[in-house]
Write a protein that binds this ligand. Structure first.
Ligand SMILES: *[C@@H]1O[C@H](CO)[C@@H](O)[C@H](O)[C@H]1NC(C)=O
Ligand SMILES: *[C@@H]1O[C@H](CO)[C@@H](O)[C@H](O)[C@H]1NC(C)=O
Ligand SMILES: *[C@@H]1O[C@H](CO)[C@@H](O)[C@H](O)[C@H]1NC(C)=O
Ligand SMILES: *[C@@H]1O[C@H](CO)[C@@H](O)[C@H](O)[C@H]1NC(C)=O
Length: 442
């Protein structure tokens, strides 16, 4: 099919642009991850593991029967479920409008609930399996957890058996995803019964917040029985400063032919963006996150931030979600908190008079993994001494945010943990083995 070829071409282009400036937020440099799997030691008694992906990190499917269309070329009705994320159409000039109209959420400020766009049904395929997190498209071009799952299989794990994925609707925060959380609990119990041993939970990025929220909701007795440990990769525990930019002016993450302003329409509707705003107590109260010729915004100014850009719903969404995980209540299980450091990461965005409809003109950098600052990711250190189970923190120097899920040093350490060696080094140096030199944005 012609569109498939165009898609391949565009993905190649996306990949090349990602190499040039590693701008991707959560997704677009996981395309074609390095095939770094090395067969590990066969082992039959390693604990089963469930992977919870990050934002944008699993497939979504939709079925539509729409009352109105944003453009006459968009589909009005489909008989079958089709791929909504990743949808080939989003790479086409008009397709992007159709795509946004299908994937966006509608927020009701009375009920404080989000619902799908009118006439759109959305479902999450592949719960309890790995295909929907290994590759985000059915052509297996946009790889995400594939390298890690293959590494586990080489260690003796079985796909959809001892290693499973727990995909979810990542447009929503856990307060609107109760069904998912109970399915996750059932999955843990099912695997526990099947394999007669406690389960590891692994989260990447925002997926770790989901895992934390889930664990905070369970009793200590349930966790003691069912959970072996929690492996967290690159979690923005104190929030992600980049979220302010995403909400204000949009961020296409290197996706070709989609402008930042265009994608902003979808991004503003996802409740997970306000949820990921920096916590009010991590950065100093006077640290400026965004500055424009007219105003500056710190973590104390979110109401003003949303109101100045005429996006009042965003403030309500933030209020709905701000307490879900920001209290950093300890998970109550053994934790391995791993993240990248040593890469300049924007912690303040400077705009000109075009704000919020133009890109930032300047950035202030601090230490991080190119996407999230290390102050945020190191917040898991707070748990040391706050819970009975051990808390292990490992910093990977020179490791970009997305590489955490497929870099061989992370996979090697993960293998050691799964094989029962719980002590991990405080720092792992990865500066010499990064394939591409990381050039900070812009
Ligand atoms: C990775 O390499 C192995 C062995 O060379 C191969 O079997 C596998 O298909 C490769 N995976 C990808 C995604 O290319
Ligand atoms: C929001 O929900 C309320 C209560 O269900 C309903 O009456 C109202 O029409 C909804 N508002 C919108 C804009 O859909
Ligand atoms: C959220 O947390 C803050 C600070 O801990 C507290 O003052 C506030 O009451 C909480 N709000 C809700 C809705 O729980
Ligand atoms: C900044 O202030 C000027 C003059 O009051 C106003 O016209 C402009 O819209 C403001 N810009 C923003 C981004 O608030």
């Amino acid at each position: 099919m012609r569109s498939a070829n165009v898609f391949t071409l565009l993905l190649t282009f996306a990949f090349l642009s990602a190499v040039h400036h590693t701008s991707a937020f959560w997704l677009f440099n996981v395309i074609f991850p390095p095939n770094a799997t090395r067969p590990g030691v066969q082992s039959n008694d390693t604990p089963p593991i469930i992977i919870v992906p990050g934002n944008l990190g699993n497939r979504l499917e939709a079925k539509i029967d729409k009352p109105t269309l944003v453009h006459w070329m968009c589909y009005k009705k489909t008989e079958d479920w089709f791929s909504l994320w990743i949808d080939l159409n989003m790479f086409m000039p008009i397709g992007i409008d159709c795509w946004i109209d299908n994937i966006k959420l509608v927020y009701n400020k009375t009920t404080r609930q989000s619902s799908n766009s009118p006439g759109v049904e959305v479902r999450v395929p592949g719960f309890g399996q790995t295909y929907a997190i290994e590759f985000l498209d059915s052509n297996r071009l946009a790889g995400y957890f594939h390298t890690m799952v293959q590494h586990l299989v080489n260690m003796g794990y079985t796909r959809d058996g001892t290693v499973r994925g727990a995909p979810y609707d990542w447009r929503l925060a856990p307060n609107q995803n109760e069904k998912y959380l109970s399915k996750l609990k059932e999955l843990v119990e099912e695997m526990y019964d099947l394999y007669q041993q406690p389960i590891h939970l692994l989260g990447h990025s925002m997926g770790s917040h989901y895992v934390l929220y889930f664990l905070n909701q369970q009793t200590q007795a349930w966790k003691d029985k069912h959970i072996k440990g929690f492996i967290s990769l690159g979690a923005p525990w104190g929030g992600a400063i980049k979220t302010l930019r995403v909400i204000a002016s949009g961020e296409n993450d290197g996706i070709p032919m989609i402008s930042n302003i265009k994608i902003r329409e979808e991004q503003r509707m996802a409740v997970t963006n306000p949820w990921m705003l920096p916590n009010v107590d991590v950065w100093p109260k006077d640290h400026v996150l965004i500055s424009t010729p007219n105003a500056t915004y710190t973590n104390q100014d979110y109401e003003q931030f949303f109101s100045d850009m005429d996006f009042e719903d965003g403030w309500l969404m933030w209020e709905d979600t701000k307490n879900l995980t920001s209290g950093m209540q300890p998970p109550g299980v053994e934790v391995w908190c791993m993240y990248g450091v040593g890469i300049p990461t924007p912690v303040s965005y400077v705009y000109d008079g075009g704000y919020p409809d133009t890109d930032p003109v300047d950035y202030v950098y601090a230490d991080g993994d190119d996407t999230v600052d290390s102050l945020s990711m190191s917040q898991c250190k707070r748990w040391i001494g706050q819970q009975e189970a051990p808390v292990h923190v490992t910093e990977f120097r020179g490791m970009p945010h997305l590489d955490m899920v497929f870099h061989h040093k992370v996979l090697g350490l993960m293998q050691q943990i799964l094989e029962g060696q719980s002590d991990t080094p405080e720092e792992v140096d990865c500066r010499d083995d990064m394939i591409f030199k990381t050039i900070p944005k812009p």
